[in-house]
Design a protein around this ligand. Structure first.
Ligand code: DC
Length: 225
C-alpha cells in the first residue's frame, strides 16, 4: 500500500513549499491539488466564460483535459498538450480557481485523478480537503496555518520578486475573501480533519516550518503518534 501524507490549510500558509520539501526529503511524489483547480479555472477563463457562474463552469468542464506529469521530480500541469504550470500562477487564476472549486462537478471531476495518484504513489498531497474528503485514510494528516497578514506578506514578496506590480492591502483582502469562500462553501469546505496535527507557521522561517512538519510526519510514520 502506498504511503499517503495529507497537508491541508488556507491559501498562502506555505503548504506547497513545505509539502514539496517534505516529499523531496522522504523520496515521495509531491501532488499539488490546487494546481488542478487552477488549471480548470484557467480553462474556463480561456473559454471566455464566467468562473463565478456554475453553469458556465460545468459547460467548460466538458472540454477540460487536465493531467499531471512529472519531470525531474517536478509536477507539471497540462491542459491538453499545453504545459500551463506558469499560467496557473498568474493572479487572475487564483480567484478563478477558488470560484470553480465550489462547483460540485469540478470536485467530482478532479477526485478520481487525485485518488489514482495516491493509490499508485507514496505521496505528499496538499490542498484543502485532502485529509477530510480525498484521502480520509491518509497515514499522516497535517493542517497548516499562518495568520492572514503573514500569508499576505509572503504572497506580496513572492509576486514582487517575480516582477508583478501588486498592492499589499489588495492581496490581504483577496486572501481574506478566498479564506471565506473556501471555508464556507457547501461542498468539501476547508476545515481541519479531526485526526490532523495542526501546525501554525506564523513567525517561523521556511527551514523551521519544514523541519517541524518533517518531525510530525516521521514520528507519525514510525510510532503512529
Ligand atoms: O492552493 P491553491 O491556492 O493553489 O488553490 C487554489 C484554489 O483551489 C483555492 O482557492 C481553493 C481550491 N482548492 C480546493 O478547493 N481544494 C483543494 N484540494 C485544493 C485547492
Amino acid at each position: 500500500m502506498a504511503i499517503n501524507i495529507a497537508i491541508d490549510g488556507p491559501s498562502g500558509a506555505g503548504k506547497s513549499t513545505m509539502a514539496r520539501a517534505a516529499a523531496k526529503a522522504l523520496g515521495y511524489v509531491y501532488v499539488d491539488t490546487g494546481a488542478l483547480y487552477r488549471s480548470v479555472g484557467v480553462h474556463v477563463l480561456r473559454q471566455g466564460l464566467d468562473t463565478a457562474n456554475a453553469a458556465d463552469v460545468v459547460r467548460a468542464l466538458a472540454t477540460a483535459q487536465v493531467s499531471l506529469r512529472y519531470a525531474g521530480g517536478e509536477q507539471k500541469v497540462f491542459l491538453g498538450s499545453e504545459d500551463v504550470s506558469e499560467a496557473i500562477r498568474r493572479p487572475e487564476a487564483s480567484m478563478a480557481a477558488s470560484n470553480v472549486s465550489a462547483v460540485p462537478e469540478v470536485r467530482a471531476f478532479l477526485f478520481d485523478l487525485q485518488k489514482d495518484l495516491a493509490r499508485e504513489n507514496d505521496c505528499v498531497m496538499d490542498g484543502r480537503d485532502i485529509g477530510t474528503v480525498v484521502l480520509p485514510e491518509a497515514d499522516v494528516k497535517i493542517f497548516l496555518t499562518a495568520s492572514a497578514e503573514e500569508r499576505a506578506r509572503r504572497r506580496f514578496e513572492e509576486l514582487t520578486e517575480k516582477g508583478n506590480e501588486v498592492d499589499y492591502e489588495t492581496i490581504l483582502a483577496e486572501i481574506r475573501q478566498r479564506d471565506y469562500n473556501d471555508s464556507n462553501r457547501a461542498i468539501a469546505p476547508l476545515k481541519p480533519a479531526e485526526d490532523s496535527v495542526r501546525v501554525d507557521t506564523t513567525g517561523l522561517s521556511l527551514e523551521e516550518a519544514t523541519g517541524l512538519i518533517l518531525d510530525v510526519i516521521l514520528s507519525k510514520l514510525t510510532n503512529g503518534e
